[in-house]
Design a binder for this molecule. Sequence first.
Ligand SMILES: NC(=O)c1ccc[n+]([C@@H]2O[C@H](COP(=O)([O-])OP(=O)(O)OC[C@H]3O[C@@H](n4cnc5c(N)ncnc54)[C@H](OP(=O)(O)O)[C@@H]3O)[C@@H](O)[C@H]2O)c1
Length: 364
Amino acid sequence: MVQPQYGVLVHGAGWVAGEHIKAFQKNPHTRIVALSSRRMESVVQRANDFGMTDIGMYTDLEKALQHKGVDIVSICTPQHVHAENVIAAAGAGKHLVIEKPIANSLEEIRAMRDAVRQAGVKTVVSFVLRWNPLFSTLKNLIAQGAFGNIYYVETDYQSNIASWWAGFSEARLKEKGVSAMLVAGCHALDAARWFAGPEQDKAARVTEVFAYYGGWRKGCTREYNYYTGEWADNRPPLEYEGLEVYMLKFENGALGKVSANYDCIMPYTFPIEIFGDRGTVKDNRIWSHLFPGQKGWIEIPTILPTTADVGHHPFQGEIDHFVDCILNNRESHCNLEDAAHTHEIIFAAQQCYATGQPVRLPIL
Ligand SMILES: NC(=O)c1ccc[n+]([C@@H]2O[C@H](COP(=O)([O-])OP(=O)(O)OC[C@H]3O[C@@H](n4cnc5c(N)ncnc54)[C@H](OP(=O)(O)O)[C@@H]3O)[C@@H](O)[C@H]2O)c1
């Protein structure tokens, strides 16, 4: 039997796009048929990087969407244009891989959700750590009851995001980035939802959030580069607070604490703590009722979320999962509807900053 082949358009030709391209090139059911971005220079560069000679190249998304044979569109542009990109691609009937954060406001999310529902296309949002081997292992163990009922989860996104990231020039702006939790801390928020949910392929829902912001980097023009260990002056400042801490109540009764910390002076770290009534997780160390008489932590030798480098992120797992969803006509556990809830929590926290009161969900 001939296996289906899906044509892919990657829109946005920067850092993360390279990983999407690699993953689609390796999947046996997909082939890149077109690339588009703001500048043709970037499109040509990316095409050369990955040896793609026979593809369509565009600087206009509408034209790229009309390229023959496009079935899937990967949205790899900055967050402030995701909504318009997703609405255009869904309107053209394309399945969508959407980079996080999906949008900059609840209004944008509502419009994207409407467009996707109306088009009936499949979506996956790049909360790519769900495919990290430690995440998969822990989720399996949680679903098998290794830690009993989960009553508390703590996850933290600790990364000194700065000018080393090309996207920082726009993401540091209040208008385009909005907040540290939205730009990058959303990975930790998604992780808390993922681990608080007892079911294999489902993230827990949040019913209430209270949040504080703080830290020291907002407005600061001195910048640390943890890759080189050097400080630089006269850098464009971060326009929002670099530290946010959320307290969460989950629908299933569990509590959560999640932080986004851009202000840390150290390399990227993504600590995970999960507490159940029959066991505990501290990163890749576990304590479980399944091991009676356990005398010390059991360490799982696996791949941890230890770097911000996209080359280390499991995009292959995400893309293979998504293609499988399309082939088998099933929804991803990480589709737009699910990711919308993670973003809803972030916009609820923004309301909390304005009122000083906890915010009950849903607000979307
Ligand atoms: N899931 C993850 O773990 C992960 C990791 C990193 C980034 N991301 C997300 O991925 C997205 C892209 O990040 P990145 O690191 O790839 O950024 P990047 O390296 O700056 O690349 C962004 C690309 O989009 C293009 N672009 C910018 N504005 C555009 C517009 N208005 N229309 C069309 N193209 C436009 C850029 O333009 P040129 O054509 O001028 O080059 C560039 O090629 C962001 O939402 C980011 O948060 C996710």
